[in-house]
Design a binder for this molecule. Sequence first.
Ligand code: GLA
Length: 679
Amino acid sequence: MHYGADYNPEQWPREIWPDDVRLMREAGVTMVSLGIFSWSRIQPAEGRFDWEWLDEIIGLLHEGGIRVDLATATASPPPWASAAYPEMLPRDADGSIFWPGSRQAFAPSSPVYRRLASELVTALAERYARHPAVVLWHVNNELGCHLNYDYSDSARDHFRRWLERKYASIEALNHAWGTDFWSQRYTAFDQIVPPRKAPYSINPTSVLDFKRYTSDTLLELYVMERDIIRAAGATQPITTNFMGAFPPADYWKWAAEVDVIADDNYPDPNDPESFRGAAFARELMRGLKPGVPWILTEQSTNALNWRPTNPPKAPGQMAALSAQAIGRGADGIMFFQWRQSRRGSEKFHSAMVPQAGLETRTWKEVVELGGQLAQLPDLPDVSSHARVALVFDWENWWAIGGRDHPVPLDYLALAHRWHAALHRLHLSIDIVNTTSDLSAYSLVVAPQQYLLGDEGAATLTAYVAQGGSLFVSAFSDVVDEDDAFREGGFIVGLREALGVALEDFGALVPPETLTTPDSAGETATHIEGDGPGQSEAPLDGPAGRIVGQYLAEELIVQDAEILGRFTEGRTAGRAAFTRKSFGDGHGYYLATIPDDDGMLAVLRWLAGEAGVTAEIEGLPPRVEIARRGSILTVINHGTDPVSVDVPGTDVLSGSTAVRRELGAFGWCFIDTGGVLGAR
Ligand code: GLA
């Protein structure tokens, strides 16, 4: 179990370094991420390297028994680089330059940036590849974090080459993008520009391709550095830190290139429900490389500096969130950063060593957690044994987020809401994509899967045929990989498995736009027959009466059983919830997006149908459980004490008492001794 932080010793006089190492040992730190933003210190001028300070600090850490996750330092080019090569600076869609003075001011596609980064990484890797302190390599940092999309001229050129590789001929691109509409037909790749500011709606397939290009281009940077490190003879694992469900990077694709998944995660202490979003991120990370433990490379010990307001974490909350990560497969708990900065943009960000000193709650909690982690046995088995999977798909996210749709849908927010409902039911959940191996799951939930490729449609259809229960809800299977409608209407890819088609999407007034309270102070809901302004679509079905939002689709039921019907509004009486028996399984379709209570009711009913039960029944709402092999993690994310019955042995205390008392943010790891069956 790694324990540690980003370590930025160049901020501090050298006299402090030995003290840092001593305190690290006191806190139980085992590894630090070193040099993430050190480029300007390592390379003060082009062609000149200063290794002396880095040699010294790596040596000190090594002597102190602290291992090093050595960063390649390419995340923030030094001022001399952009001064000499201003063409490496990125631009926004308006053509404005992102200037230096902050961090990450480089165009990912820039040939000059790539050359300079390669020279730095080559020198660094040649020097430290065989250093015994270095156990992990950390490429760049949060690739794409601030600069999500770059529209510079180097991006333009790189995008053209990417398109040429993808389409081979301009005719193929014209077909995919549908350029015969609005006179967009290209006769050469060199006429194409990235989706920069334009008079009106930009070709949606070009935007989708630009997002694919951006993810691939950021990944190229990782691969470039990784290959340099390997070529220098490094044998340690190599990674880069992910950011959970981060829009510009399709981590399903990236995962194959990294040796170990690393993730940064900062739940908002102001939001009492944020632990559910954190659980989503951790399940996503576990799923990216099934069977392989991952590392939480960054979280905060306490308050942040970058939200509009930055409250402290509650006492115990930092450890509870750490336990949540371990329970979902993390083998490393790390922070940004080791010692709180005294100057610069992040000086209000908490750290392991607080500016306020060691007589602080933060330091006490840091030392306590380090001690607990040191006691943990090896936890090699990261499998969740989940029988429920939630589909989360970047390509769909990019496409569904486009404009000019029946109703704007925030895919990530919806995925989080569907996940939160499953999480509230205390079900073990894996996060998958449409082409994952689904054979272990009894229930697969695929919400708002607007873009569904041929392979995804075939995988989901085969899953049902082979006995699975697939649940699909509104605005799904609308377009193919080109963001184009398929031949044969809507719901074409899954038609066999679901037995329904669609006449119209039936957009409703989205709940977030309903801001006028009525006389009772309630937000207005209009259901006036087929009149205007309808915002809700109630339906009756096996999960009781639920309320649909966003869309009340007009379904054409071809070959499915009608389980529920809309009761009011313009679709009153029409099918709203259907089931088709297909092969050995069932395909369910819900023609709307329920509110939170509705999601809970539908998923509870579906879990019952699929024979899936919670690991432990009847848990309080803020208590969560996660399974890692034979270990059950039980966490109270609330402030009221709870008691939970879990047979087994407490891994830390050795207690075998079945009743576990958990105070505010209390947690335990219970070794159930392999008595758990599949749930
Ligand atoms: C990111 C970065 C860190 C730091 C933290 C602050 O995760 O990688 O360098 O800025 O945010 O929370």
